[in-house]
Design a protein around this ligand. Structure first.
Ligand SMILES: Nc1ncnc2c1ncn2[C@@H]1O[C@H](COP(=O)(O)OP(=O)(O)OP(=O)(O)O)[C@@H](O)[C@H]1O
Length: 250
């Protein structure tokens, strides 16, 4: 597998009580790229996402992150090595402000390294949280309660919380799900910005959107890896075309 792969799966299988959701998936995600995982309904995208994020342990096979075998590590240990995820389901504290939500994320991170929660340290965290809010376009929402934010803003806030862990790899599960066209555009711009500083992997249903933004695409079908390459490679791939035939274009 490519030397530049930041995360790599080797022969990963995932079985759920007899049903095989992933069948020997071997793929490397190149460092510094925006890679999307696509596939029709039931292809195994969410299962693969959960395997990459450490939420599910493979039944067989291995996962390597920056050359280190991380198979079987617990989810919080995946976070420690530098893997963060942003989910479809909202994971925010609704009655805390946007700034507080990010600060809690930062505190969870720094306390692991034994930093004292002195007043000056907390102030530093507020400044860092404000910077992260700025990164995701929420500078003017810092004092708003999370529950008062629009859907697209809540998703952006979740990303700021994920960034608090300073991940090298950011995994995003359908970041534009349920968004208006305008919110989708804002989110895509944000994702483009995020990939300037880290590797980003998206799981996404919307084929057109994925084609426009991704550098690499991984296609799953019935739990198997059927194609991997640039958007042009994937567009030209006969097997992918056949699999998507009649699926609608989204
Ligand atoms: N916990 C589970 N127990 C049993 N079967 C599961 C479980 N999780 C997923 N599956 C099955 O594994 C297959 C792949 O599911 P997965 O959710 O990974 O696909 P997906 O590509 O994300 O689908 P969708 O696009 O519909 O969200 C499906 O047939 C699903 O029913």
């Amino acid at each position: 597998m490519s030397a530049e792969a930041i995360i790599e799966t080797r022969g990963v299988c995932k079985r759920f009580s007899g049903f095989t959701a992933l069948k020997e998936v071997s793929v490397g995600i190149q460092a510094g790229t925006l890679t999307s995982i696509i596939g029709p309904n039931g292809a195994g995208k969410s299962t693969f996402f959960n395997v990459l994020s450490g939420a599910l342990e493979p039944s067989e096979g291995q996962i390597f992150f920056m050359g280190r075998d991380i198979t079987g590590l617990r989810p919080h240990e995946f976070a420690h090595v530098g893997i963060a995820k942003s989910f479809q389901i909202t994971n925010l504290f609704p009655n805390f402000t946007a700034l507080e939500n990010v600060r809690i994320g930062l505190q969870a991170h720094v306390s692991r390294y034994g930093l004292w929660r002195r007043r000056s340290a907390l102030q530093g965290l507020d400044e860092e949280a404000a910077l992260l809010l700025k990164t995701v376009g929420l500078a003017d929402r810092a004092r708003h309660l999370a529950r008062e934010l629009a859907h697209g803003q809540q998703r952006a806030l979740e990303i700021a919380v994920a960034l608090a862990a300073k991940p090298k790899l950011l995994l995003m599960d359908e970041p534009t799900a349920g968004m208006s066209p305008e919110e989708t555009k804002v989110m895509m711009d944000l994702i483009r910005k995020l990939v300037e500083q880290r590797t980003v992997v998206l799981v996404e249903h919307k084929m057109k959107l994925v084609m426009g933004i991704s550098e690499r695409i991984v296609v799953l079908h019935n739990g198997e890896l059927i194609a991997e390459g640039t958007p042009d490679d994937i567009r030209a791939n006969d097997l992918v075309k056949r699999v998507y035939l009649g699926q609608g274009t989204h």
